[in-house]
Design a protein around this ligand. Structure first.
Ligand code: ATP
Ligand code: MG
Ligand code: MG
Ligand code: MG
Length: 480
């Protein structure tokens, strides 16, 4: 069985052989982009090349990018742990052409790597091409179709809609059709029952997307019309953990050697067993996933805090702590102990985990300590609220108390309620939150008088509430 380390190396070596320069992953935590808090795709660090604002040194590059998908357009948090192939933090392997090669090579090389180097059985593969969109005046990608049919039988080339097979950076700017590669890892028996092509892009845990090849060929103008770009680009992204699952013949990313050392360690520390009971399995998967996200974020210099990216990290960690507390009966800090295993396994590809190890452990341990101090009481309060509730909808007032006094992120409260068949009234939570903001604003004004000046009514994403994609206004003050 090929180890994950080896799989990563072979991917990069393959493209190096095709004249690509191997570049390092960009940080996962983004400091200088007001539109994005975390890297969520390999292409993020190359955005300026596609926009034509900067010229690349090399026209072909390849890398593995650490990504986090917990906010904004790509938010997979709710799936993580429940399914077996979405993570918060994951590696995206990619190859890029900046005005160099285009569809033909991108498709040919993806096929060559998967079927010849990695020896994936062709009968497990399906590909999708963009079917076109009349309303939008977008053509079917017959070019991609014609290239694909040289490699794969035509009944395995499927049409995909705009949502899955047309990529746009934003309202304006570079965009284009994409082709995705999907792998059907079901048993022969299952395959006989339902054809794989009916399950592509249907959230089936064993018919999953592994690689997305984006063909950037248009520019969307301000009036929303499209023009052909003078230079065409390739942007691809393959989920590393999913690739490992396929190559290691597993049914779940968590059964690959990317995750098994962490899972074994969780079993040992918490005296639990993975693979017996669904509730416990979810908890173990969540913890194995979240410790990676939090560790990589801290290694990037992002500590848990009460605002912005720091609050996202705090939210992820508190979510993991609660899963450990409720389902694995862990009442003392233990997640920090997993950092050692993670570092051991990943430091070769990501040396920052080694150099920052001590800090990562201390920060996680401290955060576990502080949340565990109030978690038990908070959970009891929530139990009482549920017991006393006549309705299936719980008022945001109580959720606000949990947030304010016990440090429960709002999405954690919503998650716990949903486990018990209840719902949270998020609107009344919002009202409470606004009231608090008013109070603290007034307090600041009274307390400091002329010493504070209002600099701007800065609209900032309030990430504690980001699950609902709501923007809340936060007023910032500066000392003058
Ligand atoms: P999916 O449809 O499975 O959610 P996607 O279409 O959102 O994936 P892309 O944006 O096309 O994903 O990203 C490129 C590749 O990254 C995907 O083909 C997949 O292999 C991988 N990937 C995407 N999201 C995740 C995730 N949350 N965890 C692990 N791998 C992921
Ligand atoms: Mg997705
Ligand atoms: Mg998809
Ligand atoms: Mg995709």
């Amino acid at each position: 069985m090929m180890q994950s380390q080896e799989i990563r190396k072979q991917f990069l070596a393959f493209f190096e052989n095709k004249k690509h320069t191997i570049v390092p992953s960009a940080p996962m935590v983004i400091k200088d982009d007001p539109t994005l808090m975390f890297t969520n795709a390999g292409m993020n660090q190359f955005k300026e090349f596609f926009l034509g604002n900067k010229k690349p040194k090399n026209s072909r590059v390849t890398d593995t990018q650490k990504c986090l998908r917990v906010s904004g357009k790509h938010n997979d948090l709710e799936e993580v742990g429940k399914d077996t192939y979405h993570h918060t933090m994951f590696e995206m392997l990619g190859n890029w052409s900046f005005g160099d090669y285009f569809k033909k090579e991108a498709i040919q090389w993806a096929w060559e790597l998967l079927t010849e180097v990695f020896k994936v059985d062709k009968d497990m593969l399906y590909v999708t091409i963009f079917e076109g969109d009349e309303k939008e005046g977008l053509q079917r990608d017959t070019e991609a179709y014609d290239i694909w049919k040289e490699f794969i039988s035509e009944d395995r080339i499927l049409n995909g809609n705009k949502k899955d097979n047309f990529w746009e950076m934003g309202e304006q700017g570079p965009c284009g059709p994409c082709s995705e590669i999907h792998v059907d890892i079901r048993s022969a028996e299952e395959k006989a029952k339902v054809p794989g092509k009916d399950l592509v892009n249907k959230d089936h845990p064993e018919v999953i997307e592994v690689w997305n090849l984006v063909f950037i060929q248009f520019n969307r103008k301000a009036d929303s019309s499209l023009e052909e770009l003078p230079a065409q680009h390739i942007d691809t992204g393959m989920g590393f953990e999913r690739l490992c699952m396929v190559l290691q013949n597993k049914k779940s990313n968590y059964d690959t050697d990317v995750f098994t050392p962490l899972i074994r360690e969780i079993e040992t520390i918490t005296n639990s067993k993975y693979g017996k009971e669904e509730e416990i399995d979810i908890a173990i998967r969540v913890i194995a996933d979240h410790v990676r996200a939090v560790s990589f974020a801290i290694a990037d210099g992002q500590l848990p805090s009460n605002t912005g990216a720091g609050y996202v990290i705090r939210r992820i960690l508190r979510r993991a702590i609660r899963y450990g507390f409720t389902f694995l009966n862990e009442k003392e800090p233990f997640i920090y102990k997993l950092v050692d295993t993670l570092e051991n396994q990943m430091h070769e590809a990501f040396p920052e985990l080694r150099s920052q190890k001590g800090i990562i452990e201390n920060v996680i341990k401290e955060e576990e300590h502080s949340f565990l101090r109030t978690l038990d009481q908070g959970l009891q309060l929530l139990d009482n609220v549920i017991a006393g509730s006549k309705s299936k909808t719980i008022s945001g007032k109580k959720a606000f108390e949990l947030y304010d006094t016990y440090g429960f992120p709002i999405d954690l409260t919503a998650l716990i309620l949903s486990e018990k068949g209840f719902e949270l009234d998020t609107e009344s939570f919002d009202v409470e939150l606004q009231k608090q903001k008013e109070r603290s604003r007034k307090a600041t004004k009274i307390e400091t008088g002329d010493w504070h000046e209002l600099i701007e009514d800065d609209e900032e994403e309030f990430v504690g509430y980001d699950m609902l994609q709501t923007k809340v206004k936060i007023t910032r003050y500066r000392k003058v």
